[in-house]
Design a protein around this ligand. Structure first.
Ligand code: NCD
Length: 309
């Protein structure tokens, strides 16, 4: 039995295969509409979500399966003091696969140790978000053709942004050699992650304070919001919240084939006038999240293209 807690749980070959399967599902959805008939996804969200939760629900339903779960742990026995381990043990009787999001880093890992069925991490605190990484990779495949060959810039909250932490390591594994990091001093990529990127993967990191300094050098611009819920100090949040706004004016110097990604939700960091720009692909990125999650569910349940024997 396999779980997906962090992107490293998958080999590069497995990720490439998932991306290819996701593209096939995108192009031929009717071939997959019954492969999870009779299967149940438990969707356990201890933290708010729109895209991750509903794209998983939609993915399972589009595969012919069913979904149970909660979007607010206050309505579950967690409220009565039940431990995560007990909740997870029981969900193994009621469902075939679990996706969970939790504010505590490491909670999905702990859950996987008590689970009799596959557990997928739908985001744990400021730590990891492996299915967003898969979503980002299939988006890069769709719009840039190849993964690991471009100059990538991450902009915004690189300290607490779990989507950044998962994606940057995975792109380094795929061979990306150049990353540009655009963030205020207070929200820089954690030192330990920077060290790992440089020492393990030999990447070159350029850190700047302003997007304008580097916009003409970027192939893939990955925007993120300030993770207000992970700040301890409201005043710090207010000071930084509008720091890194992308607008049409800033895009004037950008490459004509650059793509603009964002895991969403956006708050203030991308002006609405950017949405009509042909380089903006963040809504298509959310769309691809359904197809890659369909591929992942079939893999972990070993059905459809991943059926054994
Ligand atoms: C991200 C998350 O939850 O980490 N959202 C998502 O899953 N698409 C990004 C964010 O909340 O900023």
């Amino acid at each position: 039995m396999r779980h997906l807690i962090e992107p490293e749980d998958l080999t590069l070959e497995e990720i490439e295969h998932l991306v290819a399967t996701g593209m096939d599902i995108f192009n031929n959805p009717s071939n997959y509409s019954e492969v999870c008939k009779g299967k149940i996804l438990a969707s356990l969200f201890f933290e708010p979500s729109t895209r991750t939760k509903f794209s998983f629900d939609s993915a399972m339903m589009r595969l012919g399966g069913n979904v149970i779960g909660f979007a607010d742990a206050e309505t579950s026995s967690t409220k009565k003091g039940e431990s995560l381990a007990d909740t997870i043990r029981v969900m193994g009787y009621y469902s075939d696969i679990i996706v969970m999001r939790h504010p505590k880093e490491g909670a999905p890992k702990l859950a996987s140790q008590y689970s009799s069925i596959p557990v997928i991490n739908g985001g744990d605190g400021g730590h990891q978000h492996p299915t967003q990484t898969l979503t980002d990779l299939i988006t890069i495949k769709r719009f840039k053709g190849e993964i690991g060959k471009h100059s990538v810039a991450f902009c915004g909250d690189l300290k607490y942004g779990r989507t950044v932490h998962s994606l940057i390591r995975t792109l380094a594994r795929f061979g990306t050699k150049e990353f540009i990091l655009v963030s205020p001093e207070e929200l820089k990529l954690p030192e330990s992650l920077k060290r790992q990127l440089v020492e393990k993967y030999g990447v070159e990191l350029t850190e700047v304070l302003y997007l304008e300094e580097v916009i003409d050098k970027i192939d893939i611009l990955y925007m993120t919001r300030i993770q207000k819920e992970r700040f301890f100090n409201e005043a710090d949040y207010l000071k930084l919240k509008d720091s890194f706004m992308l607008n049409r004016d800033k895009l004037k110097e950008a490459k004509p084939d650059m793509i603009i990604m964002h895991p969403l939700p956006r708050v203030n960091e991308i002006a609405y006038d950017v949405d009509d720009d042909s380089r903006a692909v963040y809504f298509e990125q959310s769309e691809m999240g359904v197809y890659i999650r369909m591929a992942l569910i079939t893999k972990l349940l070993e059905v459809g293209p991943y059926a054994r024997g």
